[in-house]
Structure formats: C-alpha cells, structure tokens
Design a protein around this ligand. Structure first.
Ligand SMILES: Cc1cc2nc3c(=O)[nH]c(=O)nc-3n(C[C@H](O)[C@H](O)[C@H](O)COP(=O)(O)O)c2cc1C
Length: 368
C-alpha cells in the first residue's frame, strides 16, 4: 500500500529540508545548509523511524535578508529520484510549478519516480504566488488570480490524461494544444497521491477538485477544526471527493520546557534574520491593514521560527500531546521542520513517536 493511504494513522512528514534554512529564518552558524549529504542522512533517519513522507519546496530565488533564506535549493525532481532509490518505505513528493514545467514532462518524470520508488512517489502542485520568481523565469503570472488557477486546472487535466489513457490521444484546451500524446510508463495504480496548498477560495476549490491532500495554514488546532470540516465538506459538496487535510509545523523538542524555549529564543528571536522575515511576510501579503499590532508581532516570531507554521515546542510529552490535539481536530497529518533535520529528528523519533503510538495517534512501524 502507498504510505500515504494508510488509515487510522496520523501522517507525519518533513517539509522544506531541500532548502537552505529549512523553515527557520535564522542567522545562527549551525542553520540548515540543505546540502545533498545532509538530505540523504535526513531521509535515511526518517525512513527507518517510520516518518510517512518527505515534502520539498520548489524555490528559484531567495528571500534576501542577511542569509538570503532559501537561496540554495535542491531541485525536487532529481532530489526525489535519488532519495527514493536510497530509501525503503517512505513516500517522497516532488513539488512542481505548473507555469514552469510542461505537464507531459512532469507526468513522465513522476511516473519515472514512481517506478524508482516502487510506488512511493507523490506530486505537490504549485499554481504560483511569488511574483519575483515569475519575473526571474520571464513568465507572466496571469494577473487575474482565477486565470492562474484556470491554467493550473488544464495543466492538471493533461497530467491526469497522460497517466490514465492507454491509447495515443490529442488534447485541445485553452492553454495546451497537444497532438499524438503517448505516455508510458504509467505510475503504479494509474496515479500518485496529489497534494496542493492553495489557500484562497479558488485555491481551495482547485485542491478539492484535484488533490488527495489539501494543505492549509492554520493558527492552531482550535481554528483548524472548523477549517478541516469546511475543506472536507466543500470538496464533497462541489466535487464528490473525500480529501485529507494536512497542516504544517516547526518543532523544538528538548528534555525540559526551559531548554526548548531557550533554543527557540536563541535561533528565532536573538538571531532571527529579520530582513528575510519581513521580505517574506511582505511577499505573502501579511502586512495588510487588517492585522493588529499584536497579531503581526506573533506572526513575525512564527515566521522567524518556522515560516508561519504552527509551533510544537516543549518536552516530548508536551510535543506529543500537542500533535494529538491536531489529530483530534480532524487533521489527517502534518509536516514537521527542525533547525537540524538529522539530530533533532533522531531525538523526536526516539522520544515523541513512541508516545504518539501510546496515545493511539499513530500505528507502530511493525503494524503498517
Ligand atoms: C505545505 C506547503 C507547500 C508549499 N510549497 C510551495 C512551493 O514549493 N513553492 C511555492 O512557490 N509555493 C509553495 N506553497 C505556496 C502554495 O502553493 C500557494 O501558492 C499559496 O499558498 C497561495 O495560494 P492561493 O493563491 O490559493 O492563496 C506551499 C504552501 C504550503 C502550505
């Protein structure tokens, strides 16, 4: 069974380890470098520990500041190919921008990855939001937001047809006119799990229609519960599809709460790369008038600590209890990010995973 299709098991993945800094916008010398050797070590530790999936970010220019956060990024397709070959059971996603990649090339790349991994590949589709990257690429980011998703829909239709149709076919759409399409090999089972992180109305609609897992950014389990329900019920009402809902987090887990808070303060307050944080937040439109001063202050810290993701900070008991709250709120899983995706992941695997099994949130590796 594909590792993303297991039931009664809160899925855990690692996000953004292919990017310098990971999710931590910090200047500390020991920040994540995202070298290949580090990524390979991370993937092997994650695979052995029973982490369910690896999710990369596709990024083409950095976020400036003193460190040029995300300035160095391993490209997701070759990254996934090598990691699938080096691991046994973990699912490895690739993240692909619809506007920068021809859908027939992507369809074949993902089918190839699925063959390399024996049915463990996944696809994360990005419809685009980062205007400066589009300028770098010389691609017009369709000014109308809806048209961007119109293009993404057709792109997705081409990929799906390439995977599902056995005969040679033509495709005639608004953006693509394709003749005599042949697409072999096919992925195992005709498709791979699709993930999408659109957060606008159109984005959520696109995700409900096309993806198996919808990624949403939430404040915490409290507001998350309502968001999970609305994403799931909207996908069912509009597209008769059951979708899983995932969110993202950053983790600082230490033997004592004080140690965890001290480390958080060290990397994400005293040594935050505030130039990059502000540039990133500006790009994401978070400096809108509707945010109060207090909200901006909290979000600013959250951006430094983990790119605006939810905090999992404290002892192994506290971190496990907090993850259990997300499971209880209805999420199907979440991603984790660490300052050090190897050493801190080992500690998490040793201390937090067994607690999650005891809490009934996750199945032991032997039961999967
Ligand atoms: C988990 C996750 C992964 C994402 N991965 C990428 C990525 O790799 N590259 C990128 O440019 N945007 C990425 N995004 C941004 C989203 O794909 C999306 O474009 C953004 O949330 C705006 O969506 P909207 O236009 O529907 O509001 C990611 C977002 C999340 C939450």
């Amino acid at each position: 069974m594909h590792p993303m299709n297991t039931k009664d098991h809160f899925k855990l993945g690692l996000f953004s380890a292919n990017c310098s800094g990971g999710l931590a916008v910090t200047k500390i010398d020991e920040r994540w470098g995202a070298t290949w050797e580090e990524n390979l070590r991370m993937a092997r530790v994650a695979d052995e520990a029973g982490i369910d999936f690896l999710l990369p970010v596709a990024r083409w220019i950095g976020y400036k500041g003193d460190t040029n956060f995300h300035g160095s990024v391993l490209e997701p397709i070759p990254w996934a190919a090598a990691l699938l070959a080096a691991t046994q059971r973990i699912s490895v996603f690739s993240t692909v921008h619809t506007a920068f990649n021809h859908p027939l090339v992507t369809a074949k790349q993902i089918a190839t990855l699925d063959a390399i991994g024996g049915g463990r590949a996944g696809l994360n589709i990005v419809a685009g939001w980062n205007q400066p990257e589009y300028e770098t690429m010389g691609v017009d980011m369709a000014d109308a937001h809806d048209d961007r998703y119109g293009f993404a829909q057709e792109w997705c239709d081409v990929v799906r047809e390439a995977w599902e149709r056995d005969e040679i076919f033509d495709f005639e759409g608004k953006f693509f006119s394709l003749k005599h399409v042949e697409a072999l090999p096919k992925p195992t089972g005709g498709r791979v799990p699709i993930l999408n992180a659109g957060s606008s109305k159109q984005g959520r609609n696109f995700a409900g229609r096309n993806s198996d897992f919808v990624f949403t950014i939430v404040g915490g389990p409290e507001d998350g519960e309502g968001i999970v329900q609305s994403v799931k019920s909207q996908a069912m009402a509009d597209h008769q599809r059951a979708v899983g809902v995932l969110t993202l987090s950053h983790v600082v887990c230490r033997p004592t709460n004080d140690e965890a808070l001290d480390y958080l303060n060290y990397y994400a307050e005293e040594n935050a790369d505030w130039g990059a944080v502000d540039y990133l937040m500006n790009l994401q439109g978070l400096h809108a008038q509707s945010f109060t001063k207090e909200m901006l202050a909290t979000m600013r810290s959250r951006f430094a600590a983990g790119h605006g993701s939810c905090p999992l900070i404290g002892t192994p008991d506290q971190v496990a209890a907090e993850i259990a709250r997300y499971a209880k709120a209805g999420f199907d899983g979440m991603t984790l990010a660490f300052v050090d995706y190897v050493g801190e992941l080992e500690y998490f695997a040793q201390e937090v995973l067994p607690r999650l099994e005891r809490l009934g949130v996750r199945q032991p590796l032997s039961a999967m």
